[in-house]
Design a protein around this ligand. Structure first.
Ligand SMILES: CC(C)(COP(=O)(O)OP(=O)(O)OC[C@H]1O[C@@H](n2cnc3c(N)ncnc32)[C@H](O)[C@@H]1OP(=O)(O)O)[C@@H](O)C(=O)NCCC(=O)NCCS
Length: 166
């Protein structure tokens, strides 16, 4: 298995793996694959990585810019993150997250937020922080990982593409 940047031609395979991964996820909106497509169409995929095995895309992670109190501050949102159901719990998701965070740092990202299970994302250094909030979600599930200090304070908004397919 290796991880690489998304390349032209990967789009259908990415759509399929995101759809398959979220099909049985309890908290799925059912729109995650459309969100990835819409982020790409808006040129908002700051980092888009695929995990490839035997030539097939088995996992994907997207990172896109977020705003804090309406301002672009160099922070990004992690997600959607998807691993094909047959390949889950073998470390692929963790490798996608770690490689993606490393890429974000190299392109000048200042930090990253994620909405998800604290038990999963805590292992990468994410934690809920009073400084950054996301409207309408329980505080414990919205987590931040600053790369630099001081971290911004305010209300976070994801890219408009997150409304895609709703
Ligand atoms: C979440 C997801 C990306 C994790 O990828 P992965 O490759 O399976 O994860 P890793 O192998 O790196 O990590 C495994 C650990 O993550 C946790 N984990 C993985 N999948 C999980 C799931 N479906 N539910 C709860 N915990 C899960 C477990 O704690 C597991 O540790 P363990 O094997 O010691 O019990 C993958 O399960 C997936 O695609 N799920 C469906 C889509 C989804 O929920 N995406 C995340 C939205 S926030």
């Amino acid at each position: 298995m290796h991880i690489r940047d998304e390349a032209p031609g990967d789009e259908p395979a990415i759509h399929a793996v995101v759809e398959q991964a979220f099909r049985s996820a309890p908290h799925s909106s059912g729109t995650e694959a459309h969100i990835v497509d819409a982020l790409r169409a808006a040129d908002a995929l700051t980092v888009s990585l695929v995990a490839v095995e035997d030539g097939a895309v088995c996992g994907h992670v997207a990172f896109s810019p977020v705003t804090v109190d309406g301002a672009a501050v160099g922070w990004h949102g992690l997600g959607p993150l998807a691993v094909h159901p047959r390949r889950q719990r073998q470390g692929m998701g963790s490798q996608l997250v770690l490689e993606g965070l490393a890429r974000l740092r190299t392109v000048g990202g200042q930090g990253c937020v994620v909405l998800g299970d604290p038990l999963y994302y805590g292992r990468f250094g994410f934690r809920a922080r009073a400084e950054l909030t996301l409207a309408g979600v329980p505080a414990a599930y919205f987590q931040a990982l600053p790369f630099t200090t001081p971290m911004p304070e305010g209300s976070v908004d994801y890219h408009a593409a997150f409304a895609a397919g709703a």
